[in-house]
Design a protein around this ligand. Structure first.
Ligand SMILES: *Cc1c(COP(=O)(O)O)cnc(C)c1O
Length: 361
């Protein structure tokens, strides 16, 4: 294939081209070490340097201070569903969960296997089409933490505010919108993300965690599940996903070079607006999420029939717009437009959508 397609896959997802090119250029001989990062000892000075600078860059870009650590772990976001209650839900406590979509529900279900859970809100009855308001949240004052999912990848909804918890630690799955906008990350006691949507390749999960939370981890927990231990060992307790961490560092450098999170937010809002504008202009397209809860990362919509949806996906692929099929429980179309999706990709999708209505509408 001579040219790259516009890849709207939900994850693993498209990566910035300059990042792939740099990885390619350094693949055989990383900075005169005579070897690939993949072949390097995780105990070497060169690799330690990669881990330390990646943590520092993440803190700088997200704007958190020295009372935070950034860990690079394995097991994906799904492993965090279990690690969080293992570390922070003691037998005498209850944890609160906001169930706002597919992954939020999975996080809740995993936690129920490990302790007492209180449902702070559940939007299943309205098919996860909107984000709850602050006044819809029921957070027990003595909860171990409140868990939210900041962007619901499957349904295409996104929290546009940070909930007030009145001192209850706030924990968030940010897998599909981490570092997509400036946010007060210091309001979160723990935020985690599988890298494969907005940060890099699959195989590495980022955990931003406050030192205050690290102090709460029970010593009895096995070392590999123990955030305190993993932080103390600087993510090098055992062999970490070395190449993934290196790729993540390249993506962070790219975000910084673009102008940081302010620039990312502007880029993402403008891109998403191009597609939502077409959805709103034609009755032919029905947006899935309620307008006020729309995601800038995953744009979900339906066409009049499933046949037309299939045709849409086929004709789009034929012009180099791929990965547009919606999740099986929602159906329809989902365009995932994370940080690395270019403006040209969204322009091309928007004009394809206009042409498609004219042809089939
Ligand atoms: C993709 C996704 C997950 C699952 O991530 P894995 O790394 O596959 O475990 C969890 N939460 C959200 C919000 C996601 O988008």
């Amino acid at each position: 294939m001579e040219r790259r397609v516009f890849n709207f896959n939900p994850g693993p997802a498209t990566l910035p081209l300059p990042v792939l090119e740099q990885a390619q250029a350094e693949l055989l001989n990383y900075q005169n070490t005579g070897m690939s990062v993949m072949e390097m000892s995780h105990r070497s000075k060169d690799f330690e340097e990669i881990v330390f600078t990646t943590e520092a860059l993440f803190k700088e870009i997200s704007g958190v201070g020295d009372d935070y650590r950034v860990l690079f772990l394995q097991g994906g976001a799904s492993q965090q569903f279990a690690l969080i209650p293992l570390n922070f839900l003691s037998a005498d406590k209850t944890a609160a969960y906001a169930i706002t979509g597919n992954f939020a529900k999975k996080a809740y279900e995993e936690a129920t296997k490990l302790g007492k859970i209180h449902v702070a809100v559940n939007t299943a009855d309205n098919k996860y089409k909107e984000i709850p308001r602050q006044e819809d949240l029921d957070i027990p004052a003595d909860a171990a933490y409140l868990h939210i999912t900041t962007n619901n990848t499957v349904y295409g909804t996104q929290w546009h505010y940070i909930p007030e918890t009145n001192g209850v630690p706030l924990v968030a799955d940010m897998s599909s919108d981490i570092l997509s906008r400036p946010w007060d990350y210091q309001k979160f006691d723990l935020a985690y993300a599988g890298a494969q949507k907005n940060l890099g390749p699959s195989g590495v999960v980022v955990v931003l965690i406050s030192k205050k939370m690290l102090e709460k981890v029970p010593e009895t927990l096995p070392a590999i599940f123990n955030y305190y231990n993993l932080a103390k060992k600087n993510s090098l307790y055992n062999t970490p996903p070395t190449f993934g961490i290196y790729m993540l560092q390249l993506v962070l450098k790219w975000i910084k070079a673009q102008g940081g999170l302010e620039a990312m937010a502007k880029h993402n809002e403008e891109k998403a607006a191009l597609v939502y504008e077409v959805i709103d202009r034609y009755d032919f397209y029905q947006g899935y999420a309620h307008k006020a809860s729309r995601s800038f990362m995953n744009i979900t919509f339906r066409l009049p029939t499933e046949e037309l949806e299939q045709k849409f996906i086929q004709e789009a692929a034929a012009v180099g717009l791929v990965g547009l099929k919606g999740y099986r429980t929602v159906g329809g179309i989902r365009a995932s437009v994370y940080n690395a999706m270019s403006r040209q990709g969204c322009e091309k999708l928007a004009s394809f959508m206009e042409d498609f209505v004219k042809k089939h509408g």
